[in-house]
Design a protein around this ligand. Structure first.
Ligand code: ACM
Length: 629
């Protein structure tokens, strides 16, 4: 009898659970009501689309569904399917171009939108409502349930971007497509493609063949970028690659199919060593020996943020040939890329070679310029005129504000948000991509174990990003973007590790209402995405489980406070050289160590299982963190 009662109890609990499956969506929708109950997709379920424009999305959904379920459902035109993709006959204004409604009940699922983009985002939400096995590449035997919900959803910002630098390290066409496909899953709509820099020119320009014959290749080097040996005289440049225009068209189509637009970047007038290696006459120094940089150091950075380049990587703003060169580049690009913008860089341009150049000085005198920043402004205004003649708009990093902004320029604010504020106050459009919240190349956890780079940015900081600063008219803030510079990133797996989960936080910053943010709830959803990414074969960082160790000097002794980004972890540590685990001392509040050379070892556990990486701080590191040397 007792056993029977227990069975009935467990059975009812199971049913209640099944009737209200947990919902874990990223980014969080504007409004979601869960009513209890569910719909189970079965072999005989049907998928419909009401107008031909909706077929592509219904088709993408059925393809993914069939792969992971083993079903063979074909979308049918009409509006009687158990899963429906319908476009509004009369647009619903709150939904805009990208919004959607998703209504699911015991009878099925209906996704409605004004435009196909909205149906696509509704489909992404539906995929996240299904069990994680939907991400598998082979048929799984699970109940394909969709909880009953009513979702109304639309983005906060029109520009939701990620930037990938393919110059510092080259990524193949297939790798770029995988990255774009991932972005689309989280409702990003803009891929900023950093195509040129000192370390490689990656886009075929048919009228300037040396850009890819010479500029796309560098000598082989390993080790930390910035610390590598310079190219030797006569050494073969064998590492690199580029995209042919036909590759690029294919990637643009791939992105368009996922409602992602591509903003290409040609970084000028600085960061141009690969162009100058191809055509040395474009720089002031015209050094015929200029090579594509393989990650060796050619600059010095000073504490006040200024810098000096030892090798000229800057186009000559006083030379008409430079504008003829750019005209050729932008003519071919404008013919391929549908996005209204071409990003023209403008960051970190060293003016030291300009100030020593007679022609640059003559131009400054002729134009009554008093500082070299005005030469860069002159250059950017000329570039804007070229772009406008091709029907394109100019976008640049916030340095383009120095010396005067080109009349219709849009600014990408990266050195914090101040450039963005200044531009918006002048009535220019802005995309917010500050280092402080959005630099995905920075370390995301404990600096002694994360892949080395000079700065850090944790997930919770990304999650706290609000792209609209106080006192700025929100209409000038197009949106935000995470930037992945690839100096230290040689593989797609590592690019994914640096991107996720931080770009999940940014996706929510750019899509969801700011007021709906809740850290613990977000982490719960992140953990569910980890499980999905495992099935998808996408890499990510688990640094959020690692201990955060704050070392202090308390009257000559070392003391530490420890915490973690994920709340409620158990932190165990040793100071006697032993390997820490759940038998070691458990951290509860500030610990002050006895005097003597101490090595601190820390791990984190949850429910008796290790979840964080081992962190070891040796005596030198501990001393350094107390302010000693
Ligand atoms: C930049 O990070 N140099 C835009």
């Amino acid at each position: 009898m007792k056993k029977l009662l227990l069975f009935v109890l467990l059975f009812s609990l199971g049913r209640i659970y099944a009737q209200n499956p947990a919902i874990n969506l990223i980014p969080q929708p504007v409004d979601i009501q869960q009513s209890g109950g569910l719909y189970e997709i079965i072999r005989t379920s049907t998928i419909s689309y009401d107008v031909p424009e909706a077929l592509k999305i219904a088709g993408m959904f059925s393809q993914k569904l069939n792969l992971s379920t083993g079903f063979a459902i074909k979308p049918q035109q009409g509006n009687t399917g158990s899963i429906q993709f319908n476009l509004n006959k009369v647009p619903v204004s709150t939904l805009g171009k990208e919004g959607y409604t998703l209504v699911s009940s015991a009878n099925g699922v209906i996704i409605t939108a004004n435009e196909p983009a909205g149906l696509f985002y509704g489909m992404q939400t539906l995929l996240q409502l299904l069990p994680k096995e939907i991400e598998g590449k082979t048929a799984a035997n699970v109940a394909w349930t969709v909880p009953s919900v009513k979702i109304t959803d639309y983005p906060r910002f029109a520009w939701r971007g990620l930037m990938l630098d393919v110059s510092r390290n080259f990524f193949t066409k297939e790798e770029v497509e995988k990255y774009i496909d991932q972005m689309a899953r989280y409702k990003y709509n803009t891929f900023h493609w950093h195509l040129t820099d000192d370390n490689g020119w990656r886009i075929e320009i048919k009228s300037l063949p040396k850009l890819t014959e010479v500029g796309a290749w560098r000598v082989p080097r390993f080790g930390q970028f910035g610390g590598r040996a310079e190219p030797k005289e006569g050494e073969a440049a064998t590492v690199g690659g580029f995209y042919t225009q036909s590759d690029i068209k294919e990637i643009i189509q791939f992105a368009q199919d996922r409602f992602i637009t591509i903003v290409p970047e040609i970084d000028v007038p600085g960061h141009s060593m690969s162009a100058i290696a191809s055509y040395p006459e474009l720089s002031c120094t015209k050094d015929q020996k200029t090579k594509v940089n393989p990650g060796s150091s050619f600059s010095e950075w000073f504490n006040d943020g200024t810098f000096k380049m030892r090798i000229d990587n800057t186009l000559n703003p006083s030379d008409e040939k430079v504008y003829e060169f750019l005209d050729k580049v932008f003519t071919e690009m404008a013919a391929i890329f549908p996005n209204p913008y071409i990003h023209v860089g403008g960051d970190e341009c060293y003016k030291g070679f300009w100030t020593k150049d007679a022609n640059c000085q003559a131009l400054m005198k002729k134009m009554n310029m008093t500082k070299p920043e005005e030469l860069q402004a002159y250059f950017m205004k000329r570039v804007e005129t070229i772009l406008k003649s091709k029907g394109k708009k100019l976008l640049g990093w916030d340095e383009i504000l120095e010396g005067g902004l080109a009349p219709e320029a849009t600014v990408m604010s990266w050195r914090g948000i101040k450039g963005g504020i200044e531009a918006a106050k002048m009535g220019h459009y802005v995309v917010m991509t500050p280092t402080t919240f959005a630099y995905l190349d920075y370390q995301q956890g404990e600096e002694t174990i994360e892949p080395p780079i000079y700065s850090g940015l944790r997930l919770n900081k990304c999650y706290s990003f609000n792209p609209v600063p106080e006192g700025v008219d929100a209409k000038y803030i197009l949106g935000g973007q995470g930037n992945l510079w690839s100096e230290q990133i040689a593989t797609l797996h590592h690019a994914e590790y640096m991107t996720w989960p931080r770009a999940w936080a940014l996706a929510e910053d750019f899509w969801s209402p700011n007021a709906s943010k809740n850290w613990d709830n977000f982490i719960q959803r992140v953990e569910k995405q980890f499980d999905r990414s495992d099935l998808e074969g996408v890499n990510y960082s688990t640094a959020i489980y690692d201990a955060i160790i704050n070392v202090k000097n308390s009257e000559g002794k070392i003391s530490v406070e420890m915490t973690s980004e994920v709340t409620g972890l158990d932190i165990y540590y040793t100071i006697d050289g032993a390997m820490p685990n759940l038998y070691s001392p458990k951290y509860s509040s500030t610990v002050t160590f006895p005097e003597g050379p101490i090595t601190l070892r820390v791990v984190t556990y949850r429910n008796g299982k290790q979840v964080g990486h081992l962190i070891t701080l040796n005596p030198e590191e501990l001393k350094k963190r107390t302010g000693g040397n």
